[in-house]
Ligand binder design. Structure first.
Ligand code: PDD
Length: 266
């Protein structure tokens, strides 16, 4: 009778760790705290306690099979109820569920070795609170599946004005004439931690990312398109809805960006 199970009434995080070091830890914990506050669940732990949980999970999950890259899944649901009702009790203890899992090796700055993605392009039919990292992911799952049915590895989403919001589980970056764009933060997309770290690390090396509306036309005319997430870091896209992106290979700006990101991501 957990409301996470009954209603998807909860908030989650996915935090990557490399050789025990979390990437963007404080930002992930801040986003978790913000999400919980937004849906009126008391944060069950302070940052130090969350960090202890993460350290323990990394230690328990690191084996020869997993290698150095461990993802940490944190999930806080509103808690367990006596009866299924939409109205929630105000003061039940939240349920915390967490585990560690092996992450794929992150991409290295080598255009010939990276595994690029082919993606679908679909209308974003999710809700208007996509900035909340809610455990209710059916909308995202259905969009991911739309892509998979077309033999693609992700689905980039467009709002009703034909502007890019994000992908079903990633943020989107576009490069056109050496200018890097990503959609601005609002209720249409998740404030990705990788997105933030990419913007920050590039700016530390003098490369600016324009946080501007990305139209469908700009997306389809782009020289390069990248998807970012905690598990994919920065992964290049080489085709969108069967249309080639740029020259159909991972691009030089991507290689430069991932090298910079790797220098600054911790
Ligand atoms: N997905 N947008 C959506 C809808 C996402 O689900 C995610 C992350 C992102 C990227 O956010 P971040 O850089 O903070 O990981 C953007 C996670 C990894 C998942 O659900 O597995």
């Amino acid at each position: 009778m957990d409301r996470g199970f009954l209603f998807g009434d909860g908030i989650y995080e996915v935090i990557p760790t490399h050789s025990g070091k979390p990437v963007g830890l404080q930002a992930h914990l801040a986003r978790l705290a913000n999400g919980l506050a937004e849906i009126n669940i008391a944060n069950p732990y302070d940052n130090k306690q969350w960090e202890e949980i993460i350290v323990t999970l990394v230690e328990r999950n690191r084996t020869a099979q997993t290698g150095p890259y461990i993802g940490i899944y944190l999930h806080v649901s509103r808690g367990t109820v006596m009866s299924r009702q939409h109205a929630y009790p105000q003061d039940i203890p939240p349920t915390v569920f967490a585990y560690g899992f092996a992450l794929a090796s992150p991409p290295q700055p080598d255009v010939d070795k990276v595994s690029p993605l082919s993606v679908a392009l679909e209308q974003d039919l999710r809700w208007e609170r996509c900035h909340i990292k809610s455990t209710s992911l059916l909308g995202n799952v259905m969009h991911f599946e739309q892509g998979r049915m077309q033999g693609k590895q992700e689905t980039i989403l467009l709002n009703a004005n034909d502007e890019v919001t994000e992908a079903s589980s990633c943020n989107v970056f576009v490069v056109k004439d050496d200018i890097i764009y990503t959609p601005p933060l609002d209720n249409q997309l998740l404030p990705g931690i990788t997105r933030m770290l990419v913007i920050e690390s590039l700016s530390r090396e003098g490369m600016k990312v324009k946080q501007e509306v990305v139209s469908k036309a700009l997306l389809l005319a782009a020289d390069e398109v990248w998807l970012t997430s905690s598990s994919k870091e920065i992964t290049p896209v080489i085709s969108i809805a069967d249309q080639r992106v740029g020259n159909g290979k991972a691009g030089p700006v991507w290689a430069h960006a991932i090298a910079i990101f790797n220098r600054h991501k911790f």
